[in-house]
Design a protein around this ligand. Structure first.
Ligand SMILES: Cc1cc2nc3c(=O)[nH]c(=O)nc-3n(C[C@H](O)[C@H](O)[C@H](O)COP(=O)(O)O)c2cc1C
Length: 171
């Protein structure tokens, strides 16, 4: 169902900060989204990840259009989503840009392997989804990246890392 265009037109936009505050109440699984290719190895921490379809297996990631890692991912055309366990919180901070590490240097943290696409796969992830980028649509500040899942790696059993009210929690 599509939104009524007239309803959008006569409603003032909600302030971005109020929206971010509201979203901070929503718990989200924490992932690292990684890529490799002609634009190099790069990756970022993300909670905006969801399944879209199981036939073909498809997921989406919302990625800041101003991010160096997003630019590399779109140019490389492949990515892997690794879902983090609670004890990978330091890695989540590195890939969220909370240290001085940028680009390839972030991969000094963690142990990495590859699946079908060659994108970096975090060995300690609870599960990893190896994807081929099939579309990238700009919505406001972000790219909505649609990936066809070409391979998965089911990892260890451990508490999941969850982000809520601007803090990490183990679930
Ligand atoms: C818990 C958490 C969740 C995040 N989720 C997203 C997200 O879903 N999409 C996004 O683009 N950035 C997200 N970020 C911010 C990026 O991880 C951060 O801006 C990163 O540094 C971008 O990579 P770059 O430094 O290579 O540009 C999140 C950060 C944190 C701490």
């Amino acid at each position: 169902m599509s939104a009524r265009p007239d309803a959008a037109a006569d409603t003032a936009s909600l302030d971005a900060g109020a929206f971010r505050d509201a979203m901070s109440r929503v718990p989200g699984a924490v992932h690292v989204v990684t890529t490799r290719g002609p634009q190099g190895r790069a990756g970022f921490t993300a909670t905006a990840v969801t399944a879209v379809s199981d036939h073909p297996p498809t997921l989406l990631v919302c990625a800041n259009a101003g991010s160096e890692s997003t630019r590399a991912l779109v140019a490389n055309g492949i990515f892997c989503v690794g879902t983090l366990a609670w004890d990978d919180e330091p890695l989540a901070n590195v890939f969220a840009g909370r240290t001085e590490l940028r680009g390839d240097a972030r991969f000094g943290q963690g142990r990495w392997t590859t699946l079908a696409t060659g994108a970096p796969v975090l060995e300690s992830a609870l599960v990893a989804f190896d994807c081929r980028l099939v579309s990238a649509e700009v919505v406001g500040t972000h790219h909505v990246l649609i990936g066809e899942v070409v391979d998965v790696r089911v990892g260890r059993h451990a508490r999941a890392l969850v982000y809520r009210e601007r803090a990490f929690h183990g679930l």
